[in-house]
Design a binder for this molecule. Structure first.
Ligand SMILES: *Cc1c(COP(=O)(O)O)cnc(C)c1O
Length: 230
């Protein structure tokens, strides 16, 4: 077994144990492997170990990998910030985008989504903890943005995503994740059809799953420590 396949199984076991502890079905949580800064060879190794969904932060770097691995049936998720001048590349190459936090970006993605591709699957990024990255819509504006995004023809709104600051312990991590899951429930109660709550990373996936995450985004626990900051 390669290191990547060994670590991938360990992460799958953590997800399974967390689902069990939360009394949730084992298939309630999807694993997104975050391959930013790692090469196409690492993605391929994880693919050969059964992983088919990958997340990338840097558009240019991602497009190179997506192009190199075009023959593999991989689902590509954009999880990095998107500037207006990158929407065309994102719309052309990715299957999912987790980081929509402005209507203008959503409109560009919808306009630029190639006609021959399925609608782009979208999560709205919410800033649940007022964290210093400043990415994400404030929770009070999430419903209006979600309703507007849901009306765009070439996007399909799937849910919410958040990246809270690292919490000191399990309970405080859960308290922050719960704000996202409460908001998720509120949006559904307002009539939006949502099935994805993207939250939890290598360090806090157990707390995210305990709080209702349906998709965890895991990088270093699968691929190892990143040599450049990300
Ligand atoms: C890098 C990154 C991850 C993965 O982080 P790890 O701590 O390596 O698991 C998840 N989500 C986003 C948005 C990221 O940028």
């Amino acid at each position: 077994m390669t290191m990547i396949s060994t670590q991938l199984s360990a992460v799958r076991q953590r997800i399974g144990a967390a689902c069990q502890a939360a009394g949730r079905p084992l298939d309630a949580v999807m694993l997104l492997a975050v391959s930013k800064t790692f090469g196409a060879d690492a993605v391929q190794a994880a693919f050969e170990a059964g992983q088919t969904a990958f997340g990338e932060n840097y558009i240019q770097e991602a497009v190179e990998k997506i192009t190199a691995l075009a023959l593999l049936p991989i689902q590509w998720h954009c999880i990095g910030p998107i500037q207006s001048n990158k929407t065309r590349l994102v719309a052309a190459h990715f299957d999912w985008v987790h980081t929509v936090d402005r209507l203008k970006i959503a409109e560009r993605l919808s306009d630029q989504r190639p006609a021959e591709l399925a609608p782009l699957q979208v999560c709205i990024q919410v800033n649940v903890d007022g964290g210093p990255t400043k990415s994400g819509v404030v929770p009070g504006d999430a419903l209006a943005l979600a309703q507007a995004v849901a009306g765009l023809p070439r996007l399909r709104l799937r849910g919410l995503m958040c990246i809270p600051e690292p919490a000191p312990d399990f309970d405080s991590a859960c308290a922050v994740f719960k704000r996202a899951s409460d908001l998720f429930a509120e949006l559904k109660a307002q009539g939006l059809t949502l099935d994805t709550l993207s939250m939890g990373m290598s360090a806090d996936l157990e707390a995210a799953i305990a709080s209702g995450s349906t998709m965890v985004r895991v990088g270093s626990a699968i691929f190892g420590t990143r040599s450049r900051p990300a």
